[in-house]
Design a protein around this ligand. Structure first.
Ligand SMILES: [Fe+2]
Ligand SMILES: [Fe+2]
Length: 358
């Protein structure tokens, strides 16, 4: 565990959700006028098929709790250790924050954009993310730790991202979200005795929403091919690495959570990277070589650096500050080395859409 404050009150849960560190989920604003200039006509047929799927809304009845839900929480979750409980709460809060981050961004774009294609898409995605966020929040409420999402929306800091950065980052977070949820679901499907909380039963249909959200950004990017070549390939490499590295470091700070599911954080993360990499070939002309020994050593080092940073922060004072600066420099150097490792190149497929087949 890191040196983070214990999550034992609604105020502590809210503080965690509003935290702005390199590893915590962020809220975004963007250039809404630029969103209006997106023209999806080059991929119109695939776009219309996708919009019909949103319209069909096959998950409209999914995010409701069954009568047994509370009973299962009482029977199974009461047996976990206090440390494990903290890791699970941390997982719930970071999940609800990132679901809600998508909800707020999509809602804002839907409200401020006038491009009818973009407006309609953003409304559907905001609908889905709002269901996801409230469903997780109900589980926090079981522990008396529910978040006031309206307050989080009003008071959390927002980061401005140009539309192209929103596309790269959000595409990846949707697809990696799918890969994370489906990997957990499949593991607990094979080992139901390790399903220590009922929320994981919802992950299969849930992650199909995330998959479709990712498809939407893939289509937007494929309709603007300049986003996927030339100097922009360096941005794609940057976002791939930033998203993978953040997930790796964050997951390794809560090893008990994966262990309880019968998963090892390292094996779980590399499975998630493999799935995400396979999917992302629909849109990105490059992918990271996550099996390369130098890549793996670099991620391990980033996690060690994070542990060093946490320890220096806990130590405080002048010595702590000097150590923190040292670890920060080491972090930038390691990230840069990872960024410059060779990547794999791919030709983009004629058909953009991929099926959620994992
Ligand atoms: Fe979601
Ligand atoms: Fe999503």
């Amino acid at each position: 565990m890191s040196t983070e404050a214990t999550i034992d009150s609604p105020a502590a849960a809210a503080a965690k959700a509003k935290q702005n560190t390199l590893l915590s989920p962020r809220f975004y604003t963007t250039d809404y006028a630029a969103m209006d200039r997106i023209d999806v006509s080059p991929i119109r047929a695939e776009w219309d098929t996708m919009m019909a799927e949103y319209e069909g809304d096959n998950n409209h009845d999914h995010f409701q709790r069954t009568p047994e839900f509370g009973q299962e929480v009482a029977e199974r979750f009461s047996q976990v250790s206090p440390e494990m409980r903290q890791e699970f709460l941390d997982f719930l809060i970071s999940s609800v924050t990132s679901e809600f981050s998508g909800c707020v961004l999509y809602q804002e774009i839907a409200k401020k954009a006038s491009n009818p294609d973009i407006k309609a898409l953003m409304r559907y995605m905001a609908r889905d993310e709002s269901r996801h966020a409230s469903f997780i929040n109900q589980s926090l409420k079981d522990f008396g730790l529910g978040l006031d999402l309206g307050d989080v929306k009003r008071t959390k800091a927002y980061t401005y991202f140009k539309p192209k950065y929103i596309f790269y980052a959000t595409y990846l977070s949707e697809k990696i979200g799918y890969a994370r949820y489906i990997t957990i679901f499949r593991q607990l499907e094979r080992h139901p005795d390790k399903r220590f909380h009922p929320i994981f039963k919802w992950f299969e249909r849930w992650c199909n929403d995330e998959f479709r959200h990712g498809e939407s950004f893939a289509l937007i990017m494929r309709s603007q091919p300049h986003l996927l070549r030339g100097g922009n390939v360096w941005w794609i490499r940057f976002f791939l690495l930033a998203v993978y590295a953040t997930m790796y470091v964050r997951d390794h700070t809560r090893p008990m959570l994966h262990h309880a599911m019968g998963l090892d954080s390292d094996a779980y993360d590399y499975t998630v990277f493999d799935i995400t990499t396979q999917i992302s070939k629909q849109v990105f002309p490059v992918s990271l070589d996550t099996d390369h020994p130098a890549f793996r050593a670099g991620l391990t080092r980033l996690f060690r650096i994070q542990q060093g940073l946490d320890a220096a922060k806990a130590q405080g004072g002048v010595i702590g500050a000097i150590k923190r600066a040292g670890w920060a420099v080491a972090g930038v150097a390691t990230f840069t080395r990872l960024y410059l490792l060779p990547v794999k190149h791919h030709a983009l497929p004629a058909n953009v859409r991929v099926a959620p087949a994992w």
